[in-house]
Design a protein around this ligand. Sequence first.
Ligand SMILES: [Zn+2]
Length: 443
Amino acid sequence: MSQDRQYWDEKLETQSRAEWDALKLGLLQTHLHHAYANSPYYRTSFDAAGVHPDQLKTLDDLRRFPTIDKKILRERQEAAPLLGDLAAVPEREVVYVSASSGSTGVPTVSPFTQQDFDDWIDYEARQFWSSGLRPHDRYAHSLNFSLFIGGPCVLGAQKLGALTIHAGTVPSERLLAILKQFQATAIWTTPSYAWYLGETAQKEGIDPKTELAVRRIFVAGEPGGSIPETRARIEALWGAEVYDYYGLSDIFGSCAGMCEQKNGLHWAEDHILVEVIDPETGEHVPYGGRGEMVLTTLKKRARPLIRFRTGDIVSFTDEPCACGRTSQRLLGVHGRRDDMLIIRGVNIFPSDVEAIVRKDHDFSGEYRLVVDRVDHLDRLTIEAEHDATFRGNSTELAERLKDKVKALTGVGAHVVILDPDTLPRATHKAKRVEDRRGQVWTR
Ligand SMILES: [Zn+2]
C-alpha cells in the first residue's frame, strides 16, 4: 500500500450520492431476504407486521418494517441461547463473538461469521487510513480486549500496515511507559482518559508534547470527541490531532470516524444504513436535525440488525466533505436518549454544558449536572470546577455560566462553583448526570 495514496478504496469512497443509494438498496434487499429466510425472529415479526422483503422497492420503504431495541435483543437471547433467534446462521458458522459491557442485565452477544469479521476489519483499515494513519506509524491500542467490540479494531491498523502495539487497558503509569518505550505515534482511548493520561504524564514530569511521539489520538465512547472545545484541549495537552470515532457493541467497534478534515464522522455507509427519527413520533428527521439513530446492517449475516433503535441522539449530513469522500457524516452524538434531561419541558444534554465549560478557561473542564425536584418543580444544579489559575469572583463566574446555559438551551440552572479536583476524575466513562427526581417521587 503506497503511503501517499489518498484513499483506501477510491472508487467506493468518492462515488456519487445516487451511487451510494443504489448500492445500499441492493444490499438491503438481499439482507432482508436473508433475515426473513434464516432468522426465526424476523420471519415472525415481519409476518406479524404484514410486511415482506419483496415489498421493499426503495430505501424509504424500510420505515414500514418493525423496529427492534436492546431490550428485544436481550429477551430473544434469553429465549434462544446462545445467540438468540435474531441470528440467521447456524452457530458452526460463527467465528467471533463480542459482548456488550451491559451496565444493566445480561450482556448481549454480537456474533460474526468469518466474512462478517473480515468485512469489519477491512472497514476499520479504511477508516484509519482516512484519519491519516499510515504503514510507517506505530499504533498503540489501549482499549479493553475482554469480549469488547473495540478490541479487534487494532487489526484494522495491522491490516493497513502499521506496527501495532496491543496495549489493552493497563494502569496509566504502565501505558505511559509503553508509549515512551515504543515512541508510539498513534493511540486509541476514550476522550476523558486521553485527558487524564495527559495530565498524569505532566504530574510525573513527562511532557506529552516533547517526550512522547503521539501525534494522532483516536477517541470513542463519549460525546467529548465531537465537541470542538474538548478536542482542542486534548490536542493542546498532547500536541496531537484528535479524531472522534463512533462504535456500537452490537455492530462494529467503530461504525464511523473523522477524516483529516475533522468535520463530522464518515459513516460506514456500505455496511450500515442510518435513519434518524423523532424518538417520540418515529417520524424521520431531515439532515441536520437532531433525532434518535436507528441502524440497519447491510451485510452482517450472522445476526442482521433491522431497524435497531440505538438510543443515541445524533445529527447527520450528506453534504460533500473537503476530503473528497462522499459518504454521510455523523455530525455528533449529542447524548443518550436516556441522558437527555427534560427540565420543565426543555431538553438539555450534558454535552451542552460541556461545550461551555471547556471553552471558557476559567473552568477546569470538569462538571456535573444534578437534577432534583423542589416544590414539585424540576431544579437543575450545575456543579463546575474553576480552573486552578482562576483568581476572580466565584459569584460572577457562576452567573456567567448560568447566562451561557440559558442562552444555549433555554434552561435556567442553579450554578455551584467548586474548587479544582473536587469532582471525581473519570478514568472510564464519565458520570455527568445525577437525576434525583425519581427518589423524590418514591419517598
Ligand atoms: Zn472527509
